[in-house]
Design a protein around this ligand. Structure first.
Ligand SMILES: Cc1cc2nc3c(=O)[nH]c(=O)nc-3n(C[C@H](O)[C@H](O)[C@H](O)COP(=O)(O)OP(=O)(O)OC[C@H]3O[C@@H](n4cnc5c(N)ncnc54)[C@H](O)[C@@H]3O)c2cc1C
Length: 434
């Protein structure tokens, strides 16, 4: 990797079997909890001084809940403790553009499905399950080099330190340094969409758009923009995400946020003839706020998620836009498959071929994850074209429903336990998908 250089000086002796996780976002922390539940030795290295998430909401889809439960029932119960029930078990899509907020389509999310929460709440719940005294999480440790020696992997840190592991899982996010080293031709690229996020006090939201709309999951569609809202924080807050299309290039590809203003949202929504509701929602947002560029890996996908004893997981592997609400859940699925494979490696470490088995395990991981996740990246891009009426089906209720339903269902109905069984069978047989 460009900035990843060979280590110098003596390295500490390798432990028998040890997993290094780089990054403590949703993916890394779920993998850590899954390994802990399986008594697999690991260390999670996070460059920040603590676990942190931005002040915004996130929704987890049914497949993510299945994966959480299989990783460890405690992961799911933590989510359920902070998840906010939707007023209705339907995802409602309205025409926010023409007037009357006419319901264009509604999609059943399953009983108590696709609930949202505050990101900071769920991260705190999960972090509590990794007590500091166990010493398995090391904060302030930024990985700058990853060298696969064939007998393990050596990690180099910004502070000059070195560590060894049998396998490295890079959960270092959309701007993954490890990915840049393994596959330099696969950066995340700007999608021509930008977004604004806010958590609005529920009282104000209900006053502006009515309790019925504020109390459950809605999306308002229209020309070159959409708005998604759902309640979080025990119905005390409305999570608002406004996504706009732009023809301008992103100002700085090395940063995914820049300063933004509500006037940018107003400029789009003032052209919506019946846009009272979206204008009312925008009016609840601060006058200045961060603007996020939406980047993904559709244009330059990683050719695979594994190389030797190193693999990518979560956004590092398959960064996707937010439009199907799937990225975090896919990272949790990755974590589940890896936790199960790592448990098998750990159990058979002394007898089953040691380091050579690591490569087979990561190949099995790649082979069961690649196609599913790449399809979500592509579908997510298409979904936003529908939401912004840049695909003509987007403005026609029935056609919109026919187009969008299979995209969500592909995410929600993935056979998570089947995928785990498949990965395990591949490890045992050493099979490679064609
Ligand atoms: C607007 C928006 C809305 C979204 N809504 C949803 C949703 O509703 N549902 C959903 O499932 N997904 C959603 N997503 C996607 C989801 O947020 C991401 O897929 C998910 O947060 C990625 O988690 P991650 O752990 O893979 O990466 P990250 O959260 O980026 O974590 C990476 C971690 O690695 C650390 N790190 C990076 N480099 C190093 C290094 N060299 N050494 C040590 N540590 C390092 C970072 O500090 C960070 O903590 C949304 C995304 C956006 C942008």
């Amino acid at each position: 990797m460009g900035d990843i250089s060979p280590p110098s000086g003596p390295s500490p002796a390798p432990p028998p079997f040890h997993v290094a996780i780089i990054g403590g976002g949703i993916t890394g922390i779920n993998l850590a909890l899954g390994l802990r539940a399986r008594a697999v030795p690991f260390t999670l290295y996070e460059r920040a001084p603590g676990f942190r998430e931005i002040g915004a909401g996130i929704g987890f889809s049914p497949n993510a809940e299945v994966a959480m439960n299989l990783l460890s029932p405690e992961i799911l119960s933590a989510f359920k403790r902070v998840a906010n029930p939707n007023g209705e078990d339907w995802f409602q899509f309205a025409d926010g553009y023409s007037g009357g907020d006419e319901l264009m389509y509604k999609l059943y999310v399953g009983e108590d499905g696709f609930q949202g929460c505050r990101r900071s709440d769920i991260l705190e719940e999960w972090a509590r399950q990794l007590p500091e005294e166990e010493g398995v999480v090391k904060f302030g440790r930024e990985v700058v080099s990853v060298v696969d020696t064939g007998e393990g992997v050596e990690l180099g840190f910004k502070d000059g330190g070195k560590e060894r592991a049998s396998v490295v899982v890079a959960c270092d996010g959309i701007r993954s340094r490890v990915r840049a080293g393994l596959f330099p031709g696969s950066p995340a690229a700007f999608t021509g969409k930008e977004c604004f996020r806010a958590l609005v006090p529920m009282e104000k939201a209900a006053e502006a758009i009515g309790e019925k709309k504020a109390g459950t999951r809605w999306m308002y569609l229209g020309r070159d923009g959409h708005v998604i809202t759902y309640p979080v924080g025990g119905n005390t807050l409305l999570n608002v995400l406004v996504v706009l299309s732009t023809s301008d290039p992103w100002p700085d590809e090395t940063k995914h946020t820049t300063s933004g203003a509500r006037s940018e949202i107003d400029n789009t929504f003032k052209a919506w003839p019946g846009g009272e509701t979206v204008r009312a929602i925008a009016g609840l947002m601060p006058e200045t706020m961060d603007k996020w560029g939406i980047f993904d890996m559709k244009q330059f996908p990683a050719p695979q998620y594994n190389k030797g004893a190193v693999c990518l997981a979560g956004d590092a592997a398959h960064a996707t836009g937010p439009h199907l609400g799937a990225g975090g859940g896919l990272g949790i699925e990755d974590a589940l498959v890896l936790a199960e494979l790592m448990e098998e490696l750990h159990k058979g470490w002394a007898t089953d071929g040691g380091q050579a088995m690591v490569e087979r395990a990561l190949q099995a991981y790649n082979d069961v994850r690649y196609h599913r996740t790449q399809r979500v990246v592509a579908d997510t891009r298409h979904a936003c074209l529908l939401f912004h009426w840049q695909d003509e089906k987007g403005e026609k209720g029935e056609q919109f429903g026919e187009a969008i339903t299979p995209m969500f269902h592909h995410v929600w109905e993935g056979d998570v336990p089947g995928m785990v069984g498949d990965a395990s069978a591949r490890l045992r047989k050493g099979e490679k998908e064609d």
